[in-house]
Design a protein. Structure first.
Length: 178
């Protein structure tokens, strides 16, 4: 059985290029649930997904690298969904998996397991289930982490985050220019 520290090490070992990517920094400037940033949430989901793979004895059936990368990128939508001035994020719950996948494909080479697990992680809110075990692990870890984070008492005293640095902000015009 893997210890908590070892799980953390594995996530950093297999996910270091994701964790160190410049655009991943945007996630540190956005709250996801409660007082937890999208970056912290993504690391938690990756650790919990690896924990489940270990405790459910799934090592023979999964690819650890794909599991870690899909978990780290599952919410790579790169905006703060709490701010919805023009109504763009009204359907965030349904639309963000595709946005996350689109952004992730701009920055990383992703295999089919990683792509599908990112795209289907909101199942059953979005009706099509994941195709791979890795996807089910990400979905399960995400639901549990999100519930814990949302109902944590820390949400009542969360500090304001620094805004996303100007050069990292994604707007429709920067997207078109890219
Ligand atoms: Fe999500
Ligand atoms: Fe999530």
């Amino acid at each position: 059985m893997l210890a908590r520290q070892r799980i953390h090490e594995l996530v950093h070992e297999y996910g270091h290029d994701v964790l160190e990517h410049e655009r991943m920094r945007i996630e540190k400037h956005c709250y996801q649930h409660g007082a937890v940033t999208t970056f912290e949430h993504s690391v938690r989901v990756a650790c919990l997904a690896v924990y489940f793979a270990d405790r459910l004895h799934l090592w023979r059936f999964i690819d650890l690298r794909s599991l870690v990368r899909a978990a780290l990128l599952h919410d790579y939508f790169l905006y703060d969904w709490h701010y919805d001035g023009d109504g763009t994020h009204k359907l965030h719950g349904f639309t963000h998996p595709r946005r996350a996948l689109t952004n992730a494909l701009e920055d990383f080479d992703l295999n089919p397991v990683e792509r599908n697990s990112i795209l289907r992680h909101m199942f059953p809110l979005t009706p099509i289930p994941p195709r791979y075990i890795e996807g089910y692990l990400v979905t399960m870890a995400d639901k549990i982490s999100a519930t814990r984070e949302t109902f944590s008492m820390a949400r009542f005293s969360k500090p304001a985050l620094a805004p996303v640095p100007e050069r990292l902000v994604i707007t429709d015009s920067t997207k078109k220019a890219a």
